[in-house]
Write a protein of this length. Structure first.
Ligand code: MGD
Ligand code: MGD
Ligand code: MO
Length: 715
């Protein structure tokens, strides 16, 4: 590794200590959301009394979402886990007794060492984005699992299809500066619902609208955001590639192509346009189950309005063809040269602008070992495989797989295995913690230090702890550091990597190794500002102008790639869904179920905060939205209970009838904890473990179900 300027480590170190007196503490929102807000945490008499948005951050602009403004309520919640726990009842029943840290570490280290001796790959870490911090995320955890040579987790539950779509076209996760969307005259929200899932971008969209921008939403559901757009195309889930080709078709047919841009800065446009020629608006409209005049109108507006910006989000890539859909949509700004403008182009993720160092997780500790990869989206199948490759130990942190992973009945069957040893690091007794052998209480963002990048803006942020850990909570990094010592005591020379100094690194050291601080992205005032105010905007192409006006994509030839030579089928393919609405299966399960986030929950985090659950559902519990014709066909009335089912499982939800759901599509906002629902099942009881075209992503919104009325229980 290149040596680190020592002052960076010292400056980070200064941010790890508690403030010496009451007042505002500079912090960062840790949640999995494109907005990664800068926060001010008000401490009075050593207690957090308020968590507010930082007014000096360009996107946060002084406000937080409803959820995170209640972060103190979450941190001080009476249900916070207070001590380590040992399971005393059956798995899943949630019966535990308190134990000390020493006993917990002894049990964990002994069991993991035993299992490791049989097969290191029988140990699997399971984590996602409960916190997105560089330190409390993978920084220390992955060092331990690399040292052990444990199975590696393919983190596919959210964005891999889209990430691959970006890599194959743009070279990596890059796009326009989302803040620049404020200057656009046409904005397409494509599978993106910012009012719910990244509300700070919405302020920029509104600013554009006030300045005369026309807004389009492409979404099977008339989401809160779609409702505020002048135009809405309610296509069938999983049909976006056909729509993108049809737009390209019109652009070509009507002579709107930017031939100069295509010739200079792109590869494969000819083949792409040939395929687009096959997708007339009529043909695509039939495929997407929409009106062809909408496609004509959108394509025309897209060709003739500048600057034009597309904000994609992840909703549209949770299906069989999600990766190719992203590729086809990313192609549109290149066709008409919208990349020539700063407020034009498209963005799904900005994370690739940040010069991260993969080395922070120390894959080198694997040496010449190359453990298998386990796809987190098929954890249900992985845990139920009983052969030499059996998984015997799971260490879960920053994730709630029993609630969030698809096909929960398979997941719960796996977690319920008596021969599986499960450790869960958590804030709360989640559905997953109920299946643990040992539960360890973790700190929240108010109690630990961290460093953050973002995937929906170009700033980096620091998080200073505001209060000491509550009860006996310990940070993930501390827990993994201490576990490494215990494991090294037992395994010694059998696993020498456990004694590597990397496993003793302090939080500030991990943070110092997370980014390439010498990179020009940190040039100018970026670093002094970061250390002075706790957040700072990267010095990258997208900050200054139109990043791809002159090409400069992150691909091998610096051009945008319409085709990919890596793939058997170089062009984006219009694919059927795994569970397609036109297939014979649809005769048994005729409704496409999508389960996007409600505004007041954050995946399954906050689902235990009563006040937010009340806001999220009609009555603390899951709802399903049906179009009036679909409800009538099932003789189910508003407010009644319905059973949503397929062969994988079923769950109950309160019915809401609304034209906001298009015919043929049922919408069940997620993700509730199973144990908070009417029948102990949330919507992941019906979702499937099938994977996307690229990246092996989960396909939550590619799911056919039937819905039936449930007779009210006799009084
Ligand atoms: N309040 C809140 N905010 C969140 C989250 C949360 O749970 N709650 N989750 C966070 C996380 S982890 C993520 S990944 C992001 C997700 O952020 P988004 O990607 O914006 O969220 P989704 O709601 O999954 O998808 C957006 C829209 O896509 C639509 N959609 C579904 N299928 C399709 C399709 O096939 N095509 C098209 N065009 N549209 C489709 C949905 O109806 C939804 O309105 O949000 C983050 N922010
Ligand atoms: N049906 C359906 N399922 C979905 C989705 C959907 O739209 N529909 N969305 C999918 C998406 S986009 C995603 S990203 C995944 C999200 O899946 P997860 O990343 O598992 O998200 P959460 O449910 O928020 O669970 C995170 C857990 O981490 C814990 N946590 C937070 N901070 C810390 C910490 O510092 N230390 C420790 N030890 N724990 C911490 C929280 O308490 C919480 O229980 O869900 C997916 N599942
Ligand atoms: Mo996500």
């Amino acid at each position: 590794m290149t040596p680190m300027p020592t002052n960076i480590l010292a400056q980070l170190e200064a941010w790890t200590s508690l403030p010496p007196y009451d007042g505002d503490v500079q912090a960062a929102c840790p949640h999995d959301c494109p907005d990664t807000c800068a926060m001010r945490v008000r401490v009075e008499n050593g207690r957090v009394v308020a968590v507010k948005g930082d007014p000096t951050h360009a996107l946060t602009a002084g406000t937080l979402c409803t959820k995170v403004s209640r972060y103190a309520e979450r941190t001080y919640h009476p249900d916070r886990l207070k001590t380590p726990l040992k399971r005393v009842g059956p798995k899943g029943a949630g019966q535990f007794v308190a134990i000390g840290w020493d006993e917990a570490y002894t049990i964990i280290a002994q069991r993991l060492a035993e299992i490791w001796r049989r097969n290191p790959e029988a140990v699997l870490p399971y984590s996602y984005a409960g916190t997105m911090g560089q330190v409390q995320g993978e920084g220390m955890a992955s060092r331990l699992f690399h040292a052990l040579g444990a199975s590696r987790l393919k983190r596919t539950i959210c964005s891999e299809a889209g990430g691959e779509g970006l890599r194959l076209t743009m070279g990596k996760n890059i796009g326009m500066d989302p803040e620049a969307i404020a200057g656009a005259k046409l904005i397409i929200l494509w599978g993106s619902n910012p009012i719910t899932s990244h509300v700070h971008l919405w302020a920029k969209v509104q600013q554009a609208k006030r300045d005369g921008a026309v807004l389009w939403a492409i979404d099977p559901y008339r989401s809160d955001s779609a409702e505020k757009c002048q135009h809405h195309i309610a296509l069938r889930p999983g049909t976006d590639t056909a729509l993108a080709y049809a737009i390209a078709h019109v652009l070509q047919r009507d002579g709107h192509l930017d031939h100069d841009y295509l010739a200079r800065y792109t590869t494969g446009a000819g083949e792409f346009l040939q395929r687009a020629a096959e997708w007339s608006p009529q043909r695509a409209a039939a495929w997407c189950d929409i009106d062809p005049t909408q496609i004509e109108a959108l394509a025309d507006a897209y060709a003739t309005t500048r600057p034009a910006a597309i904000r994609l989000n992840y909703g549209m890539q949770r299906n069989a063809g999600g990766g190719d859909a992203v590729r086809a949509i990313m192609a549109l700004p290149a066709l008409v040269g919208h990349w020539r403008e700063r407020s034009g182009g498209a963005v799904l993720s900005t994370s690739g602008w940040l010069p991260k160092r993969a080395a922070v997780t120390r894959p080198d500790l694997l040496g010449d070992r190359a453990p298998r990869w386990i796809n987190m989206s098929t954890i249900g199948d992985a845990l139920n495989t009983d052969d030499d490759g059996r998984i015997d130990a799971l260490v879960v942190y920053n994730s709630n797989p029993v609630a969030v992973a698809p096909d929960s009945n398979a997941v719960r069957r796996g977690f319920a295995r008596d021969d599986l040893f499960t450790v869960v690091l958590e804030h709360f007794q989640t559905d997953t913690a109920d299946y643990a052998d040992i539960v360890l209480p973790a700190t929240t963002q108010l109690e630990h230090f961290d460093l953050h990048g973002a995937y929906g803006h170009l700033h980096v942020l620091l998080n200073r702890p505001a209060i000491p850990p509550l009860s006996e909570a310990r940070s993930n990094s501390r827990i993994f550091r201490e576990l490494a010592i215990r494991l090294a005591d037992i395994l010694g020379n059998e696993c020498p990597a456990l004694s590597d100094p990397a496993l003793a690194a302090s939080d500030a050291q991990i943070a110092s190794e997370a980014f390439d601080w010498q990179h020009p992205a940190f040039g100018g005032d970026v670093l002094p500002q970061l250390f002075a105010q706790g957040h700072s905007k990267l010095n990258v192409a997208a900050t200054h102008g139109a990043p791809f006006a002159l090409g400069g994509f992150a691909t091998a030839d610096s051009r945008f790639q319409f085709t990919s030579s890596e793939l058997d089928q170089p062009l984006p393919q219009v694919r059927d869904n795994h569970e397609d609405w036109k297939s014979p299966r649809a005769q048994i399960y005729p409704l496409q179920l999508i389960s996007p986030p409600p505004r007041h929950l954050l995946n399954s985090s906050f689902a235990n905060i009563e006040s937010l659950r009340v806001l999220a559902g009609d009555s603390h519990e899951p709802i399903v939205v049906l179009h009036p014709t679909d409800a009538a066909a099932r003789k189910v009335g508003a407010g009644e209970t319905a059973r949503i089912f397929n062969e994988r499982g079923s769950h109950l939800a309160r019915v809401r009838i609304s034209e906001r759901a298009r015919p043929g599509v049922a919408v069940a906002f997620s993700i509730f904890w199973h144990k908070h629902t009417l029948d102990g099942n949330s919507c992941n009881a019906v979702t499937s473990q099938a994977l996307s075209d690229h990246g092996g992503s989960a396909t939550f919104y590619d799911c056919l179900v039937q819905v039936e009325r449930v007779e009210p229980a006799p009084q």
